[in-house]
Design a protein around this ligand. Structure first.
Ligand SMILES: NC(=O)C1=CN([C@@H]2O[C@H](COP(=O)(O)OP(=O)(O)OC[C@H]3O[C@@H](n4cnc5c(N)ncnc54)[C@H](OP(=O)(O)O)[C@@H]3O)[C@@H](O)[C@H]2O)C=CC1
Ligand SMILES: CC(=O)C(=O)O
Ligand SMILES: [Mg+2]
Length: 550
């Protein structure tokens, strides 16, 4: 279990709140083991070197993942120290892309319990199961998946647990949430994955997924029980299949403090990258922001979530809803989405085009020639969909085309960075869901952005927790996005970066959290009255003081 320093003592530390000194219980690490129980020359700073050497000696990413999982279990302080000191190297191992392989293989690489499993068999007694969690009073944030759409890998059932664990490791590393305040949760509601159902080692329920009414009844009981057992908890819904992602966000968001990371977190992170990318593209084309035209490949929870966030941003620029909506085109597995195409899923209707009435359009290059987009965003899970013809056509239309292949893990990315650089002759403004290495082009080093919700959810969650928000409003999500967009340093701007360096994640999360707290206060959903009167710089310092450090 991810118990940090089991049996840690608590001491009272003085803290200042609105100019008043109070005493607060702070968990302390246990005393060092007694003399003779550890090697005499064991030294913390050298031990980090030893651990990194052991990590780097493994050939395969999945072996590194297993090593880090064991390290987290044995010595969480050292695990998070390594994460913080080596973010660019370790993030792809504990998160996408490697976490995708960890999910695929979870039932085979499983070693020790971590997180909470709530099964359909627990229906009627979910409350009791939740009460088995060992750190109820400390719990502040849960990431909940039902494993039905893990990254772009489909229905992985109970094997989705590493996604919840990985996201929460980033909450700790990236935003300083205390490890013992986190609960990874996997709802085990069956799976339609035939390979898993036939695998004797599969750890989940061997039954097909539930019909919608039964699933909703289960979710109602689960959410009620969550509120009873964990009254201070923020909930992040993660990797639910498209219909359920939209349905449960709208069903529960006004009753519980929660957000859906794939719809809202992705919307926020992509808007942020888009704002910075649009500035660069406008400098090259002279085209004002209001003339940006966005084409999405993929119209699922992420595509539509990003579309809605962009729409809100265009509205902030003074456009009417109709004008803003007409800036956005969606393409799904059947091609361009337009009104006269025939029946379509509810979540696609808002962006369906009323102004196209021709034959179905399925070829992406042809669609680009028709739409003339300035930005092409991929949330389709279709590897290679942004081929040479697509990128050359985008480059012919735009001096600096914005191309974001955002699907995860890396092997499902719509294109790779080196391809985008080569086919655009170095002009592409690029962000991908999973990381790619920098490229040399024309004597310059070009840096890809990582347009991944990992830049947003730690700060958004930290802000919501510290504000003790009763719900997560659209304005809080928007504040997280604008906070991220504004966080670039002058040096990062000089390098044409559109997202900050991941090494700065703690500072970025603190900035985002402070903005989220302000948005919660403006929306009147904050319940932490002690920080309402703080000035901005006081609030920023206070947020940082709340971060846990390994
Ligand atoms: N970078 C980031 O931070 C994030 C990335 N993602 C990634 O985005 C991807 C999609 O996630 P999500 O939206 O939740 O998944 P969904 O399953 O909800 O959506 C996938 C969409 O892609 C469409 N699609 C499938 N095949 C094709 C095709 N051949 N041509 C065009 N479109 C196609 C589907 O069409 P149809 O509707 O017709 O089935 C659907 O609209 C995943 O890989 C996920 O990992 C998700 C969240 C965050
Ligand atoms: C990043 C993420 O949340 C996803 O790919 O689903
Ligand atoms: Mg996700």
């Amino acid at each position: 279990m991810n118990v940090v320093r089991k049996g840690a003592a608590k001491v009272l530390n003085p803290v200042w709140v609105n100019g008043v000194q109070k005493l607060k219980a702070v968990p302390q690490p246990p005393p060092k083991p007694a003399r003779g129980l550890i090697p005499p020359a064991l030294d913390d700073s050298l031990h980090t070197v030893r651990c990194m050497n052991q990590l780097r000696s493994k050939d395969k990413a999945i072996e590194k993942y297993i090593y880090l999982t064991q390290l987290k279990d044995a010595d969480p302080h050292m695990f998070y120290r390594l994460c913080l000191d080596n973010m660019p190297e370790i993030t792809p191992l504990i998160y996408t892309p490697t976490v995708g392989d960890a999910c695929l293989q979870f039932s085979h690489i499983y070693r020790r319990p971590d997180g909470l499993y709530v099964s359909y068999k627990d229906k009627g007694s979910i409350l009791k199961v939740l009460r088995n969690w060992p750190r109820i009073d400390e719990a502040r944030i849960a990431v909940v998946t039902d494993g039905s759409r893990i990254l772009g890998l489909g229905d992985l059932g109970l094997n989705g647990m590493p996604i919840s664990i990985g996201k929460l490791s980033l909450y700790v590393a990236g935003a300083g949430i205390h490890p013992s305040s986190t609960i990874p949760i996997c709802l085990d509601l069956g799976t339609n994955n035939k390979q898993f159902l036939g695998d004797p080692l599969y750890l989940g329920l061997r039954q097909p997924r539930l019909p919608p009414a039964e699933m909703t009844a289960f979710m109602d009981e689960f959410m009620d029980a969550m509120r009873t057992v964990f009254p201070k908890l923020l909930i992040q819904f993660e990797d639910f299949s498209t219909d359920n992602a939209f349905a449960y966000l709208s069903r529960f968001r006004d009753r519980y403090p929660l957000f859906n990371d794939d719809i809202q977190g992705t919307g926020a992170v992509v808007l942020s990258g888009f704002i910075n990318a649009a500035k660069l593209s406008s400098e090259a084309s002279g085209r004002p922001l209001k003339d940006q035209r966005i084409l999405f490949l993929g119209a699922g929870s992420a595509g539509v979530g990003v579309g809605m966030q962009l729409l809100a941003f265009f509205r902030m620029q003074g456009m009417s809803e109709e004008e803003a909506r007409r800036r956005i085109w969606l393409v799904d597995s059947q091609g361009l989405i337009f009104d006269s195409r025939g029946p379509m899923a509810e979540h696609k209707k808002f962006f369906s085009r009323p102004d196209y009435d021709g034959p179905p359009m399925t070829d992406l290059t042809e669609i680009i020639k028709y739409v003339k987009p300035t930005a092409l965003l991929g949330l389709s899970t279709i590897k290679g969909a942004f081929n040479q013809s697509v990128i050359e056509t985008m480059s012919a239309l735009n001096p600096r085309p914005i191309i974001f292949p955002l699907s995860n893990p890396v092997r499902l990315s719509e294109c790779e960075y080196h391809e985008a650089v080569q086919w655009s002759r170095g002009q592409v403004i690029f962000a991908s869901g999973s990381p790619f290495p920098p490229q040399e082009h024309g004597g310059r080093t070009l840096y890809p952005g990582q347009g991944n919700n990992m830049y947003v959810f730690p700060g958004l969650g930290l802000g919501a927790i510290l504000a003790r928000a009763s719900k997560v409003t659209d304005s809080m999500v928007e504040a997280s996005s604008l906070g991220l967009a504004e966080s670039l340093t002058p040096e990062e701007k000089t390098l044409d970066m559109i997202y900050p360096r991941v090494e700065r994640i703690r500072d970025i999360s603190a900035e985002i959290a402070a903005k989220v707290i302000r948005a919660a206060q403006r929306a009147g959903v904050d319940r932490n009255t002690e920080i309402r009167d703080m000035w901005d710089d006081q609030l920023a310092g206070w947020v940082k003081s709340k971060m846990w450090n390994p």
